[in-house]
Every structure is written in C-alpha cells, then in structure tokens.
Ligand binder design. Structure first.
Ligand code: SAM
Length: 260
C-alpha cells in the first residue's frame, strides 16, 4: 500500500480501462476482503451452485471462475467443482491462491481467455463485466466465455448495475475495523453517460503504526441493459434467463447454458 506524503489524496486512475485493467485493485487488494467482510459469499455461492446444477446438462465437475478476485466464491465452489480461477489482477490472485490452495489460478484478461479447455460451468460475478466498459469489449469477452464452455455447460454472470437502476446517483458507505486497522469507504456512482457510469470511491485507511492514508479511486464502468445483454449472450449460443432476486443489491444475475 502506497501512503501519500502527509496523507493527502492520491488519485488512482486506470481501473476499468481494459488496456490497464484493475490497476487500483493492485494497490487496494490487501483491503478488499476487509471492506467486503459483510458480503455473504457462502449464501451467494449456494444460490449460484443451485442455478448451475439446474442448468447443467449431463455430468460435469470442471468450473471456470472468471474475474474471480480474491477467490471467495471459488472457495465455496470447490465443494462441488474442480475450479480454475482467472483474474487480471496479480494482487487479487495472490489472495485467491492463499485462500483456496486446492484450486488453480491464472492471470488473464477475460477478453483474451485462451485456456485450450472447455468447462462444464462458468461464473463471472459481482459486476466484473462492468470493467469492460464497452459493448465491443463485452462481446469479445462473451465470445471467449462461450468458447470455454462445452455444449450444455452452465453459466452464471452477474452484471454491474443496469441503467434502469441508475437513474440518479447511487451513494454507498462501507466500513471495517479490527484491532490493527480501521477503514471507511464512501462511493458514488453517477447515472450513465454514453453507456458508462463514473464511480468514485474515497478510502480512509488507518493502520497500526501509520498515519491515516486517503485514496481516491476513479472507475468507469459499463452500464449494460438487461435485454441487450440477453441478446448478446444468445448471439454466442449462451441462452440465459434473469434471476430477478440476484445475488447483490442493484445487480442482475444471468443464468443459462450453452446451446450450440
Ligand atoms: C468487483 S471485483 C469482483 C471480484 C470477485 N468476483 C468477487 O466477487 O469478489 C472485480 C474483479 O474483476 C477483475 N477484472 C477487471 N477487469 C478484468 C478483465 N478485463 N479481465 C479479468 N479480470 C478483470 C478485477 O481484477 C477484480 O478482481
């Protein structure tokens, strides 16, 4: 973690730029699990597994977890599947490897996945496709997803916030504390302009023996419409329906299988 002199604001740019994906995840990976401590990964994973079991045609136990982050869903999926996790960010993958030693992890951009293997199930969760920003990038990634899923293979893809749920700015606060550190993070996501939302995240981090550091993340995320996303998936043989309840507040979960 870089601490700016005097604790003044440090701007982190680049996350969300597919040519430079997840730059600030590298700097903040160490705090990612803490700030998402209350996220109910086990409950979410159970829901995803139920969908995958329902959608999967025939037997199969090979799962590809795209944009797996620190591996918290993968840790739950290993009870049912042999897992390979992929993420663009080395810091997140370090956390994932420590957390789930029985799974394999590979660093890759989801638009360029080329693993020479077809899987029985594929996941891409917690809005990670938002980092692709544009329909062209999303189409490239979806083409890669389809290429890595066998016919009848099941998938679960969770979008970032869709346009109809982002008509006005969305504000969120998260916090975390233990004996050694306290973290507060305030985020504001703007309504989309030209298909993208600007997400600003202000972090205040107080760690043992250090001054309070402040970090500002500027992210640009693609806000993809639900019907258009369903059409794009179908174009690549990924027939999906929407789980209206979803996993995470404000996001949409697409579930289905590969038909051809
Ligand atoms: C919001 S996090 C979600 C992580 C994990 N799925 C979870 O539920 O905790 C988004 C993840 O997407 C990854 N990511 C962003 N752009 C990517 C890309 N083009 N290819 C692969 N991973 C990417 C980031 O590194 C980060 O780990």
């Amino acid at each position: 973690m870089t601490t700016p002199p005097g604790g003044e604001s440090q701007a982190l740019r680049g996350l969300g730029d597919p040519s430079c994906p997840s730059q600030s995840y590298e700097l903040l990976a160490h705090h990612y699990d803490a700030i998402h401590r209350s996220k109910t990964y086990r409950r979410e994973a159970d829901r995803v597994l139920a969908h995958l079991d329902h959608q999967l045609e025939g037997p199969g136990d090979q799962l590809l977890g795209v944009a797996c982050g620190s591996g918290r869903h993968i840790a739950e999926f290993t009870h049912r599947y042999a897992c390979l996790g992929v993420d663009a960010n080395a810091g997140m993958l370090r956390l994932a490897r420590d957390r789930v030693p029985q799974a394999r992890f590979v660093q890759a951009d989801m638009r360029e996945l080329c693993l020479a293997k077809r899987f029985d199930a594929l996941t891409c969760l917690f809005g990670s496709i938002g980092y692709l920003r544009t329909w062209a990038n999303l189409a490239q990634a979806v083409e890669r997803f389809a290429d890595h899923l066998r016919e009848g293979g099941a998938f679960a893809i969770e979008s970032w916030i869709p346009p109809e749920r982002l008509r006005k700015p969305l504000r969120k606060v998260r916090s975390y504390e233990d004996g050694d550190r306290a973290i507060a993070r305030v985020g504001v996501a703007s309504p989309p302009v030209d298909g993208c939302s600007e997400l600003t995240l202000e972090w205040l981090i107080a760690e043992e023996g250090e001054e309070i550091s402040r970090h500002t993340e500027h992210q640009r995320l693609g806000v993809f419409g639900v019907d258009e996303t369903l059409d794009l998936l179908a174009e690549h043989g990924l027939e999906a329906t929407v789980d209206e309840q979803g996993l995470t507040e404000d996001r949409v979960l697409f579930v289905g299988n590969r038909v051809g």
